[in-house]
Write a protein that binds this ligand. Structure first.
Ligand SMILES: Nc1ncnc2c1ncn2[C@@H]1O[C@H](COP(=O)(O)OP(=O)(O)OP(=O)(O)O)[C@@H](O)[C@H]1O
Length: 598
């Protein structure tokens, strides 16, 4: 998934920061106060060493003990204040950063609900999930942790160096001379090692994909006896992953060891110079202690500054990846108010369609489905049957000049998209059920779930009996957390779900393929009774499912080859008759085979 155009990555940050500026400002202000309070402590220690211990600066009216007690109280007060400001800054940070993260996640999720189906088909689900989780986390880290931390460290360096300069310029210069080296070394190292961390991330992704695929496809693995192969495959990825971490561990050890060496050299330099200057009387004992204290407080932040700066570059990539999703155009809603009754005839006029320019899928398709009739589509695999249904409910829009699809005389491109989809009940070839209860799955289109309605729909779809056999009945959870339904049960639950919509147009896209012929017949009869007025479109490879339709078309390579009723088509030489004969003969053979077995 590559960005096709330049995205304005910083705009997304400002967009989500809007409601959180006060928290960000709070974080910065309180962290400045926290740092300032910390800076007071060495000053109190310095005053104590220089004036109280040598007895030349004890405040009037106080003895040594009282002066020391006062100094201790001041240190505690500064420490308490610093703790309070630290707490407030962390609170602001937590609130701001969670709000920021939540609003990005909300917006992304909302946006993906309205992206065109074609967009989802073109992008890998795993990749979208990664962008909505890991990349969002990287951005949050950048805005809510790294930026405030860089600000705090810069303020700390300026404040502490300022105080140190006021005490002694040469020692401060010597201490500060190491900082560019420490920061530069850390930034350089982390920028070089960044690629290795990325490799480790990818290796981890590959490892979890292998596990996920293996667990999802456990039936295939067992059926083909591929356990050994799968174990070897996992071992390979696992070794690659741990090798990368061992290598990273080595590199990090070198970094920490060499970083420690430079830092200790800096501390040593400050100490030696401090001792020399103190012995020569150019600085006081208090200043020496304060110097060491300020210098020690600077060491770790200065070291981490380089790492943070190099890590921040990762945020740019993540921002681009998230902006790519946010900038993808949602389905247009220009037709939002056009909601005519969808009870009229459905007409396909000169419909041609291609997913990609060089590969036409539908070629000049023409037919009319009178309202309330049953229309059947039979055809070779890949002949474009499902594509016609995708066009009918506007999962794909017919481009201008490629014909038209109308319902009751209104072009479907002028009908509110959501309204259109709500009024076309669909059962897809591979029904998807959510990992929720059967009751929730059937009633997913309803605000309020009424048990009678749900049971009634399940009865028509001939699945009520099977559901009642489960221990938890309609409260049985489907999927990974619960019961695995058979293909036929899934299809029937999907039919029941569709029936709850009471839509005027019903589409069955090969949706009874996993159901035996007898149940298929029974379901169709029940449907006919229940949905008398609905216009029904049935796609199937099984002629017995289609033969009672009012009109049947036979598709091949995107074109209509034959059209008529079963009786008409059976009289003509052509694919319909051929398929019919093949299917009937195989049914007879099956029945004969059954007799022999008995
Ligand atoms: N989103 C898509 N992008 C590109 N090509 C697609 C897409 N969906 C389907 N196709 C291609 O369009 C052609 C028609 O697909 P369609 O699903 O309409 O066939 P079908 O007649 O329903 O087939 P089947 O009976 O196997 O379900 C196929 O060649 C398929 O590979």
């Amino acid at each position: 998934m590559k960005s096709k155009r330049k995205t304005d990555k910083f705009r997304i940050i400002f967009r989500f920061l809007k409601g959180n500026i006060r928290f960000l400002v709070g974080t910065l202000v309180f962290s400045v106060l926290f740092t300032a309070c910390n800076a007071l402590i060495p000053q109190i220690v310095k005053y104590t060493a220089d004036h109280i211990l040598v007895l030349d600066g004890i405040p009037d009216g106080l003895n040594v003990r009282q002066a020391l007690l006062l100094a201790a109280i001041l240190v505690v007060a500064a420490a308490v204040l610093s703790g309070i400001f630290n707490y407030l800054s962390k609170m602001c940070l937590a609130k701001g950063s969670e709000n920021f993260l939540k609003s990005i996640r909300d917006t992304l999720y909302h946006h993906t609900q309205y992206l065109p189906f074609s967009w989802h088909v073109q992008h890998q689900t795993g990749e979208i999930i990664q962008r909505c989780t890991s990349d969002v986390e990287v951005i949050r880290n950048f805005v809510c942790r790294q930026l405030p931390e860089v600000f705090r460290i810069c303020f700390l360096i300026i404040l502490y160096l300022g105080i140190m300069f006021s005490m002694n310029v040469p020692i401060t210069l010597a201490a500060a001379a190491f900082f560019p080296v420490i920061i530069g070394y850390s930034a350089f190292f982390h920028s070089r090692i960044g690629k290795r961390f990325q490799d480790a991330d990818e290796a981890e992704g590959a490892l979890s994909s292998t596990v996920q695929e293996n667990l999802t496809g456990v039936r295939v693995v067992r059926a083909f006896g591929r356990e050994k192969y799968e174990i070897d495959r996992f071992d390979q990825k696992n070794n690659a992953y741990s090798d990368l971490w061992v290598y990273l561990g080595k590199l990090m050890s070198v970094f920490w060891a060499s970083g420690d060496l430079i830092t200790n050299l800096q501390v040593l330099t400050v100490m030696v110079l401090g001792v020399v200057f103190a012995v020569e009387g150019r600085i006081t004992l208090g200043e020496f202690i304060a110097f060491l204290s300020y210098n020690a407080s600077l060491t770790w932040p200065v070291r981490s500054l380089g790492r943070i700066i190099s890590d921040m570059s990762k945020a740019g990539v993540s921002m681009e990846r998230v902006a790519y999703i946010l900038e993808a155009e949602e389905e247009d809603a220009t037709d939002a108010n056009n909601k005519p009754a969808l009870t009229g005839d459905i007409c396909f006029r000169n419909v041609s369609f291609a997913y990609s320019l060089d590969h036409p899928i539908l070629k000049n398709i023409n037919f009319t489905i009178p309202a309330g009739s049953t229309f059947a589509i039979l055809g070779t695999t890949g002949s474009g049957k499902s594509t016609m249904v995708h066009l009918l409910n506007r999962l794909y829009d017919l481009p201008e000049g490629c014909g038209s699809i109308t319902i009751g005389g209104t072009d479907i491109r002028d009908i509110d998209r959501q309204y259109l989809r709500q009024n076309i009940g669909m059962v897809l070839q591979e029904p998807f059920l959510f990992s929720r209860t059967i009751r929730e799955n059937i009633g997913i289109t309803k605000e309020q779930l009424l048990d009678e309605e749900i049971r009634h729909a399940a009865e028509i779809a001939c699945v009520d009996e099977s559901i009642l056999h489960f221990t938890d009945g309609y409260d049985t959870i489907v999927g990974e957390r619960g019961v695995t339904l058979s293909g036929g049960q899934k299809q029937r639950v999907a039919i029941a779900r569709m029936l709850m919509k009471q839509a005027p147009v019903l589409v069955f896209d090969d949706s009874l393929s996993a159901v035996d012929t007898e149940t298929d017949n029974k379901i169709r009869k029940e449907l006919k009774k229940e949905m008398e007025k609905a216009t029904v479109i049935m796609i199937s490879h099984r002629i017995t499912s289609l033969m009672q339709a009012d009109c049947i078309i036979v598709m091949d390579k995107g074109e209509i080859q034959q059209m008529g009723t079963h009786d008409q088509l059976i009289q003509q030489e052509g694919p319909y008759k051929d398929i019919y004969e093949i299917q009937m003969n195989s049914d007879i053979r099956l029945m004969e085979g059954g007799a022999v077995c008995e």
